[in-house]
Design a protein around this ligand. Structure first.
Ligand code: ADP
Ligand code: ADP
Length: 229
């Protein structure tokens, strides 16, 4: 589903690469933690998958396709197959929960009938049944992140990328978010979650890919993470 073939990313010629000769393969249906301290290259990895940046050397494949060969007019199609959530939620503040989710369907031209049917289903999946008409500011952080996840998965992407999704949440709320991501993964979506939260990683015992100063130093099927927060 995602393959990095000896990928190096250099932003600044005078400093070390953000990613240094990384080779890794994440299969369809996997759940992988991308761990490492701040500056280790996690966000760069995610941006390369989305073709928001391009590799300096090596190749990034998504769903079998070398992203370097995707022309700019087809990048939106690549990104449609990838849901993304961030630490800071990034909801539209003046739209209801339902219209935040509906918006993601409207922009790709889904019909009103399909939107009306799908939005309540996906809100149920993330545990927000009945919260359709709330505004983001009326929700807790954990609920806001659930809206962001609903929006990310509503168009049924094959891949969900989560960049520090629990970074602003307390431990109990974070576990709730992990349950949601786990459920989405069990429904067949490949999940890649960047985090430096060792409590979560050690609780979940899923695949752990560790980066240190841009280098991949570990890849374990049921790993732990000892790094500091
Ligand atoms: P992480 O997500 O693990 O915190 P990043 O991928 O954001 O790590 O950063 C990896 C390295 O690349 C850091 O040294 C960071 O300063 C550098 N970096 C990231 N983005 C840029 C950029 N747009 N321009 C220059 N350097 C960058
Ligand atoms: P506004 O555009 O004024 O924010 P709404 O939030 O009511 O209006 O609706 C925006 C979109 O969200 C509509 O396309 C509608 O289909 C969808 N939507 C709104 N409420 C619901 C709901 N309870 N269940 C499903 N879809 C909804």
């Amino acid at each position: 589903m995602i393959r990095f073939d000896n990928v190096t990313k250099v932003y600044d010629q005078n400093s070390r690469p953000a990613l240094d000769s990384v080779s890794v393969e994440i299969d369809r249906g996997d759940f992988a933690f991308l761990v490492g301290s701040s500056g280790s290259g996690k966000s760069t990895f995610i941006r390369l998958v989305l073709k928001e940046d391009r590799a300096t050397r090596g190749a990034v494949y998504v769903a079998g396709q070398n992203v370097a060969n995707i022309p700019s007019w087809r990048v939106p199609k690549l990104r449609r197959g990838i849901g993304v959530v961030f630490q800071d939620f990034r909801l539209l503040p003046n739209k209801t929960v339902a219209s935040n989710v509906a918006f993601a369907m409207q922009v790709i031209g889904k019909s009103r009938a399909v939107i009306r049917e799908t939005v309540p289903e996906v809100l149920k999946t993330v545990g927000l049944e009945g919260k359709d008409h709330r505004m983001p500011h009326e929700l807790s952080g954990g609920e806001q992140q659930r809206v962001a996840i609903a929006r990310a998965i509503v168009n049924k992407p094959g891949i969900l990328l989560a960049d520090e999704p629990t970074g602003n949440l307390d431990p109990t709320t974070s576990m709730g978010i992990m349950n949601v991501l786990d459920r989405i993964n069990q429904n067949g979506t490949t999940v890649v979650m960047a985090t430096h939260d060792n409590v979560i990683v050690n609780h979940m015992r899923r695949r752990v890919i560790e980066l240190q100063d841009g280098r991949m130093v570990r890849d374990e099927a049921h790993g732990i993470y000892v790094g500091s927060q």
